[in-house]
Design a binder for this molecule. Structure first.
Ligand SMILES: O=C(O)CCC(=O)C(=O)O
Ligand SMILES: [Fe+2]
Length: 215
């Protein structure tokens, strides 16, 4: 793995992301969304999958809406003391250019056949009842980085219905998007649906950044 340079910004600079090798910008005036294929190597993905399989638990949601099938996957809080996880985190922070202090610990998500995470935004609804619980200290989410760790045999795409874009899982492929349009302004065009896996198992990691330092 290359040694990532130290990130310094409090928010991602889209120009910093766009300037990196092999980065594609999804054409959309409504949403800043980048794709970087092969961001993680197959070996890095395999190491992360092993940790997710070992430590997974049922996923949860904020502002539960009464739909018990809204998010049926499993989640893993990757160990922030694990040197391998720290390397992956540094690589993500170098890509985003955001100060690591603003990052939540990386999570893993695992979906079996029929499991999904229905259309949602990663930012928390400032009017939602769970907002103080999740956002009092660090504020809302700013950027999302998400990497697919494998390619399930069928299904498991990530659909952004408001911009009409569906992204297929591929081992090591990274997505990065801005959840905000400006300070305190959250972008509904980030709505996305982790669609049902039809065959095989799907694994991803998610890295979310906050308006203020985490914890
Ligand atoms: O698994 C995916 O494709 C998306 C995951 C996601 O949206 C999330 O964990 O917030
Ligand atoms: Fe999400």
């Amino acid at each position: 793995m290359e040694t990532p340079s130290a990130p310094t910004g409090l928010d991602a600079d889209p120009a910093h992301i766009a300037a990196q090798p092999r980065v594609q910008k999804v054409p959309s005036s409504a949403l800043t969304l980048f794709i970087r294929r092969d961001f993680l190597s197959p070996e890095e993905c395999a190491e992360l999958i092993a940790r997710i399989d070992r430590d997974r638990r049922p996923s949860t949601i904020a502002d539960a809406n009464g739909d018990g099938y809204f998010r049926t996957s499993e989640t893993c809080d990757l160990d922030t003391a694990d040197p391998f996880v720290r390397l992956i985190d540094a690589k993500l922070c170098a890509f985003s250019g955001i100060d690591p202090a603003h990052g939540e610990p990386i999570q893993g998500q695992r979906y079996e056949v029929g499991q999904e995470f229905k259309a949602h935004t990663d930012f928390f609804d400032p009017r939602g009842s769970d907002f103080p619980k999740y956002c009092a200290v660090a504020g809302n989410r700013t950027w999302t980085l998400m990497a697919y760790l494998n390619q399930p045999a069928a299904g498991g795409a990530t659909r952004f219905p408001k911009i009409g874009k569906t992204i297929q899982p591929e081992t090591g492929k990274l997505l990065a998007w801005n959840n905000r349009t400006g300070p305190g302004a959250y972008n509904d065009a980030t709505l996305h649906h982790a669609m049902k896996v039809r065959s095989g198992v799907k694994y991803v990691i998610t890295k979310w950044y906050r308006e203020r330092p985490w914890g």
